[in-house]
Design a protein around this ligand. Structure first.
Ligand code: MF3
Ligand code: CO
Length: 284
């Protein structure tokens, strides 16, 4: 096939079914973590829950040991954007917002997903930003579905859809320098998926392409700084941030959102985009 890139690992339908197992385990873990978030809970407590849930579900926490990363999830609170390390001293309090990023390996295949969760009563503008990040992720996923069905879609159609969705919603910072990525037998593969840019560029959106789509927004300026721990990324202006991520498989007839329990059916239905038929044939 023309326009298949040699640096991309295209997956067979059978391999995508394996990635679904990893995706569902990540989804179950995040659901548990969402329930556990409350004032008084530390981010280290959340990490224990994550590792237990992943291991008892037959998976391996993919973040643990990744380039020396010391935990199973990233727990980024308020002005922390991504990659904050769980810590017993980081105790959640009312009004905080936490983004939890989680990855697992099942049978050699990866799933990667992130959610942003309010702690108690949270400022309306912060809640709205979290919703805008999630909506932008779904706009990107819907663009991938349309692109694969048309046969003419390209990767930056996803980037552009994310950006337009955010711009329509208001004046949020779209974090630069971080973005989505190919995913499969490794957590991070080609291609890199920017969260902004002009459409129509990059590899074709074809069946077998599996990507993590993950917009990161700030309430202020988009500029970020990495802390001395070598991991934690914070906003340069101290404004709060939000992050949403799903692992998505492109199929002949649409997309399969591997880290969404319903495969993306509900949200993509609202956006008039197509969930892959595989989704309905492999449901338990
Ligand atoms: N899940 C993150 C991503 O989406 C990566 C986490 S970095 C790690 O790219 F070191 F914590 F694993
Ligand atoms: Co990711």
């Amino acid at each position: 096939m023309a326009d298949r890139h040699s640096d991309i690992q295209y997956k067979t339908p059978e391999q995508i079914v394996k990635m679904r197992s990893a995706g569902l385990l990540v989804a179950a873990t995040l659901a548990k973590l969402r329930e556990a978030v409350a004032p008084g809970v530390s981010t280290a407590d959340l990490d224990v829950i994550a590792e237990d849930t992943i291991r008892s579900g037959g998976g391996i926490p993919s973040f643990l040991g990744y380039h020396g990363y010391p935990a199973s999830i990233c727990t980024s609170v308020n002005n922390e954007v991504v990659h904050a390390i769980p810590n017993p001293k980081a105790v959640l309090s009312d009004g905080d917002v936490i983004s939890i990023d989680c990855g697992a390996i099942v049978d050699g295949w990866h799933g990667d997903s992130a959610i942003t969760v309010p702690v108690g009563e949270v400022r309306r503008d912060v809640l709205r930003m979290a919703q805008v990040a999630e909506d932008a992720m779904w706009a990107g996923i819907a663009a991938a579905a349309r692109g694969v069905r048309s046969g003419r879609g390209r990767l930056t159609d996803v980037s552009s859809a994310i950006q337009s969705s955010v711009r329509k919603a208001g004046r949020y910072g779209i974090v630069e320098g971080y973005g989505g990525h190919g995913i499969g037998t490794e957590m991070h593969q080609d291609p890199f998926v920017l969260n902004y840019g002009r459409p129509g560029k990059g590899p074709l959106l074809v069946a077998g392409l599996c990507i993590a789509i993950e917009p990161m927004l700030t309430l202020g300026r988009p500029r970020t700084v990495e802390l001395d721990d070598g991991w934690t990324v914070v906003t340069a202006d101290g404004s709060p941030a939000a992050h949403a991520e799903h692992t998505v498989a492109l199929c002949e007839d649409g997309v399969w959102v591997l880290t969404a329990p319903d495969g993306g059916r509900e949200r993509l239905g609202e956006l008039a985009a197509q969930v892959a038929r595989t989704e309905s044939t492999t449901q338990a």
